[in-house]
Design a protein around this ligand. Sequence first.
Ligand SMILES: C[S@@+](CC[C@H](N)C(=O)[O-])C[C@H]1O[C@@H](n2cnc3c(N)ncnc32)[C@H](O)[C@@H]1O
Length: 417
Amino acid sequence: MSAFSPTPTPVLPGYECQLSSDAVAHSSQKLDSTLLDFSHVPPSRLQKLPSTLSETLAYRCTCGFQIIDSSQLPPPSFPPKSDPSSSTHNLVYCMRNNFTPVSLLTDRFPIANNLIQKTMESLIIALREVFKADKEHAAVGNLTSCKFVSSWDEREIFVTFSYSDTISNSSEWLNFFRPLLPLHNITSLTARFQKQSLSLGREIKKINDRIVIKGTEIIYEKPEDAFCHPNRETMEKALEWLCDKIGSVKNGRILEMYCGSGAHTIALARCVEIEKILCVEIDQRLVDYCNSNIVKNNVQDKVKCVKGDAGKISSRLMRRRMKGGVENSTSPLDFVERFNCLLVDPPRSGLDGSVKKLAMSGEFEDMFYVSCGRSALVEDLKVLCEVFEVESLCVTDLFPRTDSVETLVHLKKKKKE
Ligand SMILES: C[S@@+](CC[C@H](N)C(=O)[O-])C[C@H]1O[C@@H](n2cnc3c(N)ncnc32)[C@H](O)[C@@H]1O
């Protein structure tokens, strides 16, 4: 246990639903409120998957905190007056709330997954000890914040500490942290300062991960510092929903836009009977990881990933279709002659205009839209529903205890009157 005794009620700065509130009701209510945006859809086509109580805790795979000397914090948040063991100077985890750092009042952020919680606690205890002895020690002098990223399966954890100034005594930093890696099972530990870094553990910041979807184990490699789904349970729910629905598409020839490192792509190729997937991603690093995941999961006969801007690729595809195809083409765009299904998981801002035009070109009988951007989805659907109708729509709790929702939509091309 920590030598420092926190108060019994941790705070969740910036979260709408605190630990003392009814998180299950909060989850259900926010999903109901999201469904109000789709009141034009027949209720039988709407579904909500609210979080259970356990799903509202210990779910986040990525977390960042400031690390602050408690004596620098504005009263009365810290140190708790009722806690006789707390000294004036103590390193504590904080998060910003309206630009003000707020102590978590705990060494284990209850929303972070269990591996992150355990690592947070071990490291802050070690840091406090050295801070007590020497505030200028390389490990704690100028230390401002830290970031934890864990794999979904909670077997690997990457920790990054940020410092506001150069670490001049790098051997002191390395000697302090080196024994902590094997002791606490930390995969990789990095210090960042002034555009430089020091690192221990795995050199390539690649997370090895796996999830089980419908009894099939899928393995993933992903970069530690790029977008990846932060909530394993919501991710699994979304993947199972997608696999069920896309499984109902006959001879699925799927064009997937915004594929990242292939979180959806690989699960679909492994778990669903489909013919082909061509997936598109703008970030070369994610394309490389996606290609590696395609090979690792042995789905290279069905899946190809290309680097490109979803909007530009959509325009190119439409031009090709107008020309009637390109003879003897080796372009990945001609990987399948015609697609019948479009899958998109765009950034919060929604779909590029050209992607919408392509979606509405008539090529796709089915379209699947994964959205974390509530208002962009509503706007995009207004346009898409000129050609499609909502076959089913499911809302899931992306970040329990916050207002974030992930919406999954299956659109079907309207039948000609
Ligand atoms: C919400 S993430 C979805 C990633 C992936 N489906 C997953 O679940 O891991 C959106 C992805 O779109 C990519 N992206 C953003 N703008 C893009 C564009 N114009 N063209 C293609 N990809 C883009 C981002 O790099 C990111 O990987």
